[in-house]
Design a protein around this ligand. Structure first.
Ligand code: KIV
Length: 277
């Protein structure tokens, strides 16, 4: 035994993320759902790869994150873990616990969290919600499974909210969110995602916690940032919230490549003699 990460160093661990917060180093997190993308992310130095239940939207085409199942999340996570392991194996891989896999009871939550950890060799699970899941978070972390929290606009509760507008703009909800964040920290969560809340509130939460905050639409004062890979690469065409910065226009690039391919095939211009045996 030694005190290194169970993976090849310098694998990002929960302890490393805490150190990053203490030293003021920002944490870069992105989602991935497949092997090839995970390889690119790990090679590019992403600290945390989230196998988000946003796979339900951007991979499977559902309108919400609710339909995705534990088995589907495991399928994506296995591919992502293989991708990270094929590169430097540096990035931490976190899997989203899907809707209704942890809400029914602490026992069921622990069984499902255990299943996704055992089946995937991933590093941690992510759960949405505050006070209502605190006992569950404690139970899972007490068992040795690291938990990342998620507050603010929690997409699994979209039918309760009724819209994707900015959360916690009113004082009461802002106070609740701050309290929930502290409760998650006390329950043993190692980090918390803050989604679509005012930047000033995210800064206050960040200053009040010793664990890192990871923002998405929560301003620059979080300890790290996360985006959905399809959004930041410009693959999604219908989703343009102001918090998404498009680092590429892959939709246009891929569309152009496929159009040229179709054209070449139709005209008999592909394959050429050099591309044939
Ligand atoms: O599922 C997901 O992609 C997420 C991020 C938006 C944080 O939870």
């Amino acid at each position: 035994m030694n005190d290194q990460s169970p993976r090849k160093p310098p694998h990002v661990t929960t302890r490393r993320l805490l150190e990053m917060k203490e030293q003021g180093e920002k944490i870069a997190m992105l989602t991935a759902y497949d092997y090839t993308t995970a390889r690119i992310l790990d090679r590019a130095g992403v600290d945390v790869v989230l196998v988000g239940d946003s796979a339900s939207n951007v991979f499977s085409g559902h309108t919400t994150t609710l339909p995705i199942t534990v088995d589907e999340m495991i399928y994506h996570t296995k591919a992502v873990v293989r991708g990270v392991q094929a590169e430097t194996s540096r990035a931490m891989v976190v899997i989203d616990m899907p809707f209704m896999s942890y809400q029914l009871s602490g026992e069921e939550a622990l069984r499902n969290a255990g299943k996704v950890m055992k089946d995937n060799e991933c590093d941690a699970v992510k759960l949405e919600g505050g006070e209502v899941i605190v006992e569950t978070v404690k139970r899972i972390t007490d068992t040795g499974i690291p938990v990342m929290g998620h507050l603010g606009l929690i997409p699994q509760s979209i039918y309760k909210f009724g819209s994707y507008k900015v959360r916690a703009q009113e004082e009461k909800e802002a106070e609740e969110l701050l309290r929930d964040a502290k409760l998650l920290e006390e329950a043993g969560a190692f980090a918390v995602v803050l989604e679509k809340i005012p930047a000033a509130l995210a800064a206050e939460v960040t200053d009040s916690l010793s664990i890192p905050t990871i923002g998405i639409g929560a301003g620059p004062r979080c300890d790290g940032q996360v985006l959905v890979i399809n959004d930041m690469l410009g693959l999604s065409t219908e989703f343009h919230p102001r918090f998404v910065r498009k680092y590429a226009d892959l939709n246009g690039t891929v569309q152009d490549a496929v159009t040229r391919y179709v054209d070449d095939v139709r005209k008999g211009g592909f394959p050429s003699d050099e591309e044939s045996y």
